[in-house]
Design a protein. Sequence first.
Length: 290
Amino acid sequence: MDKVRIYEVGPRDGLQNEKAIIPTDSKIALINLLSEVGFDTIETTSFVSPKWVPQMADAADVLTGIDRNPDVTYAALTPNLKGFENALTADVDEVAIFAAASETFSQKNINCSIAESLERFAPVVAAANAEEIPVRGYVSCVAGCPYEGDVAPAAVRAVCERLLDMGCYEVSLGDTIGKGTPKTIGQMLDEVLKVARPEKFAGHYHDTDNRALDNVALSLDYGLRTFDSAVGGLGGCPYAPGAKGNVSTTALAHKLAEDGWATGLDFCRLADAEHYLKTVIATPAARTQG
Ligand SMILES: [Zn+2]
C-alpha cells in the first residue's frame, strides 16, 4: 500500500484557537497520547508573543514537559529569531514559519506585508539550517481570503517559491477559511507545481464547507502525499472570521484507509486521544476563563 503522511497539528493549530486557556498539563497529556498514535510529526506549540496568542504562552513548558517518543518529530511555530532560540532551548526537532498569499490577511494576521514577513523569516530559516533543524513553511489563504475573497494562484506560487528558496523542506498549503473546492484547489496546485515537485507540498485544508476530504482526494491525484489535520477537527482561525476547524484527523485517516492508503496510524489510540481532548475542552472551569 502506498503511504500517506498525516501531519498532526491539533496541539498548535487547533488549541491556539480555543478561547479558554487550556492547562499546560492537559496539553502535555494530549501530546503524550498523540505520540503513541503513529504520527511521524506532531506540531506541538507556537513560540509567538503571548501578547498575540495567550494560549501559547506555555510553549517552552509544553515542549520540555512531554514524554518524547524517539520515532516522533516534535515541531513548533517560530515566527521570529527570539521564538526560534526559545524553541531550540526547549529542544525542538522541527520549526515552521508562516506567510500568507493574501496581502490583507498578512497585515491583519502578522501586521506586515507579505514581502516584509518573508524578510523577517529569512534569518529564522538561516539559523535553523545552521542548526540542522528542518523548517516547514506555511502559506495561508491559498484558496480564498476572508478579507479579499479570491486569491490568485500565482500569488500562492510566488510565496511558495520564496519559502522553498529560503530553505524550507516543505510548504504546507493552507486553505485557512476552508472555501476551496476541487476546482479552485486544482487551479492552485497547477500553479504551485510549476515551482517544485508534489513531494515538496502538503495540503492543509479546513473543513468549513465539508470539502476538505474532496480536496485531499484531488491533491492525491496531483501527487501530494502529506496532509495536515487536527485531532477532533479543532481549530478555526481567530483572524479568519467564520473559519471552521482543520479537517479531523480521524475523518482523514479513515477516509484514506477506505481508499487503500497506508497511514501507519493506530485508530484505537487515535480515538483515545480524541476522547481525552473532548474532556479537556469541555471542562466547565476552563470554559469560564474564555
Ligand atoms: Zn489550520
